[in-house]
Design a protein around this ligand. Structure first.
Ligand code: ZN
Length: 451
């Protein structure tokens, strides 16, 4: 990889548009320098549109991409998260490593097109269909790593600790046989992936949920991880039933219980939908972040996170595409704000008058700021030391055409039809955001799975 220099007429740096920006990428694919108002050297690549940082997709279950669109019919009196989950297990029980690679390669290409250049894979589909280990016990994780490398997206693999079927239960249900792990398994997987040193691939760890990992499991994982600088993700408080079950089993609400385990900034609370102000305060004090997945949470009828509460407390935030019914951050940010407007019957809920009046900018900047920690990276965004990942906006796109510069982000999030960009760069290199071969492999796998 050679050094490259890019010139942008406009670039989003530290929460505002800057003009005539010269950005140099070093041999490692990171930003070496970013200068505003600079002269343009002859060798610079002139980018035609405004440059935006990308975002981390902080929550993905790649295999669920093969289920998107297949759970939107109701055949009984009620349908909720738990009935969806039973149907989703139908896919989880059948996908092979080769099929997972095909699904993930298509998904990761779509995520690049959706403006994400790093994906955190909350990976719990570990074992063979019959529940016995693969010859290479990390075969499924390696299939995800191969897909990410083929596509050229950054990947944070999070092998998941999944030990119990529910609160107060020991062991797993038969339909969860591919998921079962203990703390030692998870830490071994994390160490192996990091030791492999695959370009753009790193690992952290995850705890499936407080219902699937009890206090002793979580304490064991914390002891193994020690102070290693790896992200630690956990699903928490996604469903009201989970809150009730947690209170019945432990006397505490899920976020309250989790906060008692000694969290720190490595921890990322996925969903955190059902919270109370004192729980938000406890998480804010710990430095942990939240990962909100508005598209999936809407699809599953989870409920609305307390966005104003999390923002006001200054808790680091990211978004995730989770079940992949949505695959771009523009749509996630739009749903994030619209959920609040519908619930509160107010407008511009996320905006912060006098500090950041633009709703889209407030949400986008919060996610840029939360991205590095969620993915286990040192830096993120258009700043020296961060990986040189960016998008080039098309000012002629329908949601942006004719808008003044100051309104570009709001136009992108609230008035665009799809992504208003064609160019996506990772580590200073342009990536394909559509690939006919990958799509064909995905279609072949879908036919094999669904007949
Ligand atoms: Zn999830």
């Amino acid at each position: 990889m050679s050094d490259r220099t890019f010139h942008a007429p406009l670039a989003w740096i530290d929460g505002q548009w800057q003009r005539e920006v010269l950005m140099r990428v070093d041999a490692q694919g990171q930003w070496a320098s970013i200068k505003v108002g600079a002269d343009v050297p002859a060798e610079a690549v002139r980018l035609e549109g405004p440059v935006l940082p990308t975002l981390v997709d902080a929550h993905s279950h790649a295999f669920q991409r093969a289920f998107a669109g297949l759970a939107e019919q109701r055949d009984s009196d009620s349908d909720d998260f738990w009935s969806w989950r039973d149907r989703m297990y139908g896919v989880a029980l059948r996908v092979t490593p080769a099929q997972l690679k095909d699904i993930a390669a298509q998904l990761y290409t779509e995520l690049l097109a959706g403006g994400y250049t790093q994906v955190c894979e909350f990976h719990y589909l570990h074992h063979r269909e019959d529940g016995t280990p693969y010859e290479d016990e990390h075969a499924m994780a390696m299939a995800l790593a191969e897909a990410a490398q083929e596509v050229g997206i950054g990947l944070t693999l999070l092998p998941v600790l999944y030990a119990h079927a529910g609160f107060g239960q020991t062991g797993l249900r038969e339909t969860q046989r591919r998921f079962g792990t203990d703390a030692a398994w998870v830490w071994r997987a994390c160490q192996r992936i990091n030791a492999a040193g695959l370009p753009l691939v790193r690992a952290g760890v995850a705890v499936h949920s407080l219902r699937a990992a009890h206090e002793a499991d979580i304490r064991a994982l914390q002891a193994l991880v020690g102070d290693a600088p790896v992200p630690i993700h956990v699903h928490v408080a996604e469903q009201q039933q989970e809150v009730r079950d947690c209170v019945a089993a432990t006397g505490r609400r899920p976020i309250e219980l989790l906060a008692g385990y000694g969290l720190d900034p490595r921890w990322q609370l996925v969903h955190a939908t059902h919270s109370r102000p004192e729980e938000i305060a406890a998480i804010a004090a710990s430095g942990a972040g939240v990962v909100i997945c508005p598209g999936t949470e809407g699809n599953l009828g989870d409920g609305l996170a307390d966005l104003p509460g999390w923002l006001a407390a200054g808790v680091p935030m990211t978004v995730g595409s989770d079940s992949h019914v949505t695959r771009g951050w523009v749509e996630e940010l739009r749903w994030l704000e619209y959920g609040q407007r519908l619930g509160l019957q107010r407008r511009n809920v996320a905006a912060r008058p006098g500090v950041q009046a633009s709703t889209a900018a407030r949400l986008f900047d919060a996610c840029v700021a939360g991205s590095a920690r969620a993915a286990g990276l040192g830096e993120w965004g258009l700043r020296v030391g961060a990986r040189a990942d960016f998008l080039v906006l098309d000012r002629g796109a329908s949601g942006l055409a004719g808008l003044p510069d100051a309104a570009l982000l709001d136009g992108l999030v609230f008035a665009s039809q799809g992504a208003a960009w064609q160019q996506v760069y990772v580590a200073g290199q342009r990536r394909a955001i559509d690939d006919a071969g990958r799509r064909e492999r995905f279609i072949g796998t879908m036919k094999a799975l669904w007949g």
